[in-house]
Ligand binder design. Structure first.
Ligand SMILES: *[C@@H]1O[C@H](CO)[C@@H](O)[C@H](O)[C@H]1NC(C)=O
Ligand SMILES: *[C@@H]1O[C@H](CO)[C@@H](O)[C@H](O)[C@H]1NC(C)=O
Ligand SMILES: [Ca+2]
Length: 517
């Protein structure tokens, strides 16, 4: 009788141990799930901050041939028309004459070195310096944004780790109790050996089973779980430390180390004529009514005078942004590469209001230079380039193409034909962002938005032959499986590299056009 009762008890305990184990497994799974969910960013185009690794180009050989860019018509439900009366680009008399032959200058112009602090939110303490931040503010914003996510994950993880700890303690205790029971049973067995000889074999069998379980299975499982637990604990500690470090670093506002050159002007051409002949960051003030802002002037390419309005080179800045951000501009104007002035341009978008204002000062040309991942370079240049104001949704007007990259703005993608090609012409298009759809793909239908699918703000038609503000794919070739919406959302210039190649670098520069340059 006594043994049977013990056996029952034994079985009962076996069950509770089993359920313990199940609970623990569930918890562990939960833990891992939360961890994995946290580790994978749940971002949309408004949130990308780094490039995506492109695969080996061989894997994408098939996809590379497949020209995308357009959105084919759905039979019977859909029609395409790009008829819209758009203002032509500004042409005619320039406000500049040819550059005067430079008078010999006695010594280099001395530049005043001023250190100006940036406010934390990328607004300058000094109003005169404009609002774009040239240093690590972008990073800082991203880190601060991340911090909340990490913190939340830790808050969620913590109780689960506690639970897991407790349940593994419970199993330890249970194994101890079981060992004690076993010893007790052995003692009783010895005492009553003669009386209950008929049970002996059974008990021996059970004993060895229990012993084996206790000696091997439980400890090794617990060891494994303990290991996992320790790792998770370590990770949490690391994350907490990282957050602390971030907090410390972000306490102080970012400091701009770049000295602002004393020479400034309406735009980079003006600065060049006033003696600012080094390519670097300058303050410009296109008219008396706007406040000055910082911009990178390229003063060497084709004799200089270029205002850099767009620049991609390493994927460090997220270009999947809202209308307001494209309106105001974002990114990093320039860095001090160690020469004591800001001669290295960063990734940025100057801002549609500013671009529009500068192009409307008079006839303006644009130079689009690009580079692939082997270092090959091509360019597209338009002698006329005008961006209308926000009331017209920044309509793009270009003319007078030259270059070797392909005339996507006026002709669309040469890989496509008929209507499909027309759909990829950018000239005459309004600007679209993922939160403001002005494209030519079923206007009014919120499920047909080029900017949402193709990754950046741009003068999308239906949709593009060029996508300089697209997602940055490291390495070049990418596939539709890597793209968020299966579309060619990379930094694309179809007429050079097709839909499924994302450029390493691309930039857009503007300057006043005058014939006798
Ligand atoms: C990629 O293809 C080329 C030929 O097209 C071949 O020489 C090369 O070995 C391939 N690379 C890989 C990684 O398969
Ligand atoms: C337009 O593209 C679609 C598929 O994307 C294709 O079926 C159609 O034949 C193309 N039209 C022309 C004129 O090439
Ligand atoms: Ca649309």
């Amino acid at each position: 009788m006594r043994f049977q009762a013990q056996k029952r008890e034994q079985r009962g305990q076996g069950q509770s141990e089993k359920s313990n184990f199940v609970t623990m497994k569930t918890l562990l799974l939960l833990c891992l799930c939360v961890y994995v969910a946290w580790a994978q960013d749940n971002l949309d185009y408004d949130d990308y901050d780094t490039g995506v690794k492109a695969t080996d180009s061989n894997a994408t050989a098939g996809a590379a041939i497949d020209a995308r860019g357009h959105r084919p018509l759905e039979k019977g439900r859909d029609y395409y028309s790009r008829n819209r009366n758009v203002p032509p680009p500004i042409s005619g008399g320039s406000r500049y004459r040819g550059r005067p032959t430079p008078a010999p200058v006695g010594g280099r112009q001395v530049e005043e070195k001023v250190q100006q602090p940036d406010a934390g939110g990328c607004t300058h303490a000094s109003e005169q310096m404009g609002v774009l931040c040239p240093t690590g503010c972008e990073l800082k914003t991203a880190l601060l944004k991340q911090e909340d996510d990490v913190k939340r994950s830790i808050r969620e993880l913590k109780p689960k780790v506690e639970d897991l700890s407790q349940s593994s303690n419970a199993i330890f205790n249970y194994v101890n109790t079981m060992s004690n029971n076993l010893r007790e049973r052995q003692r009783i067995l010895g005492d009553n050996n003669r009386v209950v000889s008929q049970y002996t074999d059974q008990v021996e069998e059970q004993h060895s089973f229990i012993k084996e379980t206790v000696d091997t299975v439980f400890p090794s499982n617990i060891r494994v779980l303990q290991g996992v637990l320790d790792k998770i604990k370590q990770k949490i500690e690391k994350l907490e430390k990282a957050i602390q470090t971030q907090k410390e670093e972000c306490k102080e506002p970012c400091k701009t180390k770049c000295p602002i050159p004393v020479v400034s002007g309406k735009e980079c051409e003006d600065i060049f004529r006033r003696g600012g002949k080094d390519s670097q960051m300058y303050l410009i003030r296109p008219d008396a009514f706007s406040s000055p802002y910082k911009v990178y002037c390229d003063q060497s390419t084709q004799n200089g005078g270029w205002v850099l309005i767009q620049n991609r080179l390493d994927g460090s800045v997220d270009f999947g942004r809202r209308w307001d951000e494209y309106r105001r501009g974002f990114g990093n104007i320039a860095f001090d590469g160690g020469k004591g002035h800001c001669e290295t341009p960063g990734e940025y978008w100057l801002g549609n209001d500013r671009i529009s204002q500068v192009t409307k000062l008079g006839p303006t040309e644009v130079l689009i230079e690009m580079q692939d991942w082997t270092g090959a370079k091509v360019q597209a240049q338009y002698r006329q380039f005008t961006i209308q104001s926000e009331t017209s949704n920044y309509v793009l007007a270009v003319d007078g193409y030259s270059g070797n990259a392909g005339n996507g703005f006026l002709e669309g993608s040469l890989e496509l034909f008929g209507e499909n090609r027309t759909m990829t012409i950018h000239n005459g298009m309004m600007f679209s962002t993922y939160d403001r759809d002005n494209d030519n793909w079923n206007p009014g239908d919120p499920s047909k938005q080029c900017a949402k699918e193709d990754g950046g703000g741009w003068w999308y038609n239906r949709c593009h032959s060029a996508n300089p503000n697209g997602r940055y794919y490291i390495g070049g070739a990418y596939t539709k499986h890597m793209a968020k919406h299966g579309t060619d959302d990379g930094v694309v210039w179809m007429n050079w590299k097709g839909s499924w190649y994302s450029l390493k670098a691309i930039s857009m520069k503007i300057r006043p056009f005058f014939a006798s340059r």
